[in-house]
Design a protein around this ligand. Structure first.
Ligand SMILES: Cc1cc2nc3c(=O)[nH]c(=O)nc-3n(C[C@H](O)[C@H](O)[C@H](O)COP(=O)(O)O)c2cc1C
Length: 572
């Protein structure tokens, strides 16, 4: 095969790959909430959940009567009231989108995910986090039509797995990359299922097994924090006189047998009836309740002043007190007046006051950096995350790269192994936009020359020209290019072809660890062009050229062969 044809075919192949990849990319993210100690953070900035419950607009909205305009409008109202998080019930009683029979969950209604897609798009656009409540004690309540199916799902492990595999995990996987999916709240007030005859009076152990399995499944599939909306501190505290902390790590792990069965933070609910037994979280800190091993949110509480009469405190004071006592958020019931507890006219006064008093805690000023542009699943710098999530990136944001990051990346590259430790490399770093544009024009010119050589000219010349221009606009959109070279006069030049790509591999992983994208480019930007534009002496051989920049979007992982296909144990 002649070299030119080789280039052309590779070029065509890469365009194909590019178009496939660009067709299936997911968006980039910058606002993922993570947990450090007992607090929540966005990037390195603390965030406090100035929240609210918007549990439903109409009962079982999703996959039922989802009203896009209502939710869209309501999220804007939340935003206008300084609210940064809303708790939403994705299945209110199991009579909507989640289909069941006596063996468990059989599937989802066709429109469920479509409706959820709309909601998550609204959340992302308005910048409001979603605390996603997946089910409620209501599911098990008699005479709910499917109550027995739901009780089976909790008590029978086989049925539990159908819930996990057909509903919970698909939901998690679909939205885990959206930074505005703040948390999975496994269940609203599950304790009623063991307390109340109408809800089944199921054994606490069954609840712990079921929610333990659910928590483990979420942890196995994502880094989304998991919680449970506990009806009352009575069931969430080991203090004397309380029923015990049903949801502590040891209890969930023991019941489910899975070490990934734990909550990432606690959610407690408070209403006036609780006061005479256990006081309120507006007076008692997480440490006083003995639940300061994780962050704690007051996930439900009265949404108007008169609901707080036992304390007594106004809602404005309650928010401030929750903050000072060490809770990581307060989410009154509700923003939309689903009952007599309150609505945005009563809650909004308090959320706005809190936002005005603590603007940076409610909307942390997070600058766009390379690392916080990474998808949620691969944010973080752990070695395994970096290896799993490095991708070939072919379109970049124009943001410049701090020199210290460039140096750090090259410093990693020089640590690669080499034959006889010869270290035969040079890293040519290009930041000059004029030179990069010159390279781009040369690439476009070269590619256009291949038009006549195409056997099947399915495109007109104009279409081909536009496509080529677009491809190279993207390839050349990074602020920095690094050309990895080996010195032909090195100590062991015959080994350069092994040493060179190793440095490039290290470089690409190091870039990924800092949140930057790269791509090992060979033919798409030809050796000849880089040699000419950057005047590279003939005594050097190019290993590759890679752009370095913040990805415009992080591509999805292309198909990778199974590990087993690579392993030969002992002999062929
Ligand atoms: C030796 C080699 C040559 C490559 N040449 C090009 C190229 O010329 N243009 C390009 O866009 N990608 C090029 N790539 C990147 C691959 O297309 C990419 O690694 C592959 O599709 C797998 O995607 P991933 O890196 O995201 O896992 C090259 C990769 C290697 C290792």
């Amino acid at each position: 095969m002649n070299t030119k044809l080789h280039s052309l075919l590779d070029f065509k192949k890469e365009i194909l790959i590019l178009s496939i990849i660009l067709g299936s990319v997911i968006s980039t993210y910058s606002q993922t909430i993570s947990i450090k100690g007992n607090e929540f953070y966005v990037d390195s900035k603390r965030i406090w959940l100035n929240g609210v419950n918007t549990p439903w607009n109409v009962w079982n909205d999703f996959g039922g009567k989802f009203d896009y305009n209502w939710w869209n409008n309501h999220f804007q109202i939340l935003k206008n009231n300084g609210i940064n998080c809303s708790r939403i019930w994705f299945s209110c009683d199991g009579n909507g989108a989640v289909k069941t029979d006596s063996k468990g969950v059989t599937g989802m209604s066709e429109t469920f995910f479509k409706d959820c897609d709309s909601l998550f798009a609204i959340a992302k656009r308005t910048g409001i986090y979603i605390d996603a409540t997946m089910m409620s004690f209501d599911h098990c309540k008699s005479p709910n039509v499917a109550f027995q199916n739901w009780r089976n799902i909790i008590t029978d492990k086989k049925a539990s797995l159908t819930y996990i595999n057909n509903y919970l995990v698909p939901f998690v996987n679909r939205y885990k990359e959206n930074p505005y999916l703040f948390a999975i709240d496994l269940c609203n007030e599950p304790e009623w299922i063991s307390e109340d005859a109408k809800d089944g009076k199921l054994p606490v152990k069954s609840l712990q097994q079921f929610f333990g399995l659910c928590a483990a499944a979420v942890h196995s599939n994502s880094i989304i924090p998991v919680t449970i909306g506990s009806a009352c501190i009575k069931w969430n505290s080991d203090n004397q006189g309380y029923a015990g902390n049903y949801w502590k790590d040891a209890a969930l792990e023991a019941a489910s047998g899975d070490p990934k069965a734990y909550l990432d933070f606690y959610c407690i609910h408070y209403y006036g009836w609780i006061h005479k037994y256990f006081k309120s979280p507006f007076e008692m800190s997480p440490a006083e309740y003995g639940i300061n091993d994780k962050p704690v949110i007051i996930e439900e509480s009265p949404g108007k002043d008169s609901g707080l009469k036992e304390i007594p405190m106004t809602l404005v004071q309650a928010f401030e007190s929750a903050f000072l006592k060490g809770y990581q958020g307060n989410m009154p019931w509700t923003s939309n007046g689903v009952d007599e507890n309150g609505d945005i006219t009563t809650v909004g006064v308090a959320t706005l006051a809190f936002k005005n008093n603590h603007p940076e805690l409610v909307y942390p000023p997070v600058a766009p950096t390379a690392l916080n542009s990474c998808p949620k699943s691969c944010s973080g710098e752990s070695f395994w995350n970096v290896v799993q999530s490095r991708r070939s990136v072919r379109k970049f944001k124009p943001d410049s790269i701090p020199e210290k990051d460039i140096r750090k990346i090259l410093d990693a590259a020089r640590m690669a192994p080499t034959s006889g430790n010869q270290q035969p490399w040079k890293f040519l770093v290009i930041r000059d936009r004029n030179k990069i544009n010159q390279m781009k024009e040369a690439c476009i010119g070269q590619a256009l020359g291949y038009y006549n050589e195409q056997n099947e000219q399915k495109e007109t010349k104009e279409e081909f020209t536009n496509r080529v221009k677009k491809v190279f606009e993207d390839y050349c959109s990074a602020p920095v290019y690094i050309i990895v070279l080996t010195d032909n006069n090195s100590m062991y030049p015959d080994y350069n072809h092994w040493d060179g790509p190793l440095a490039a591999g290290y470089l690409m992983l190091a870039a990924r660890a800092l949140g930057y994208g790269t791509v090992f480019i060979t033919d798409a930007i030809s050796d000849k062009i880089t040699k000419e534009v950057f005047k590279i002496p003939d005594t050097y051989t190019r290993v590759c050229i890679t752009p370095l920049g913040i990805p415009y979007e992080w591509p999805k992982t292309p198909p990778k062969k199974e590990l087993e296909e690579f392993i030969i144990n002992e002999k062929f």
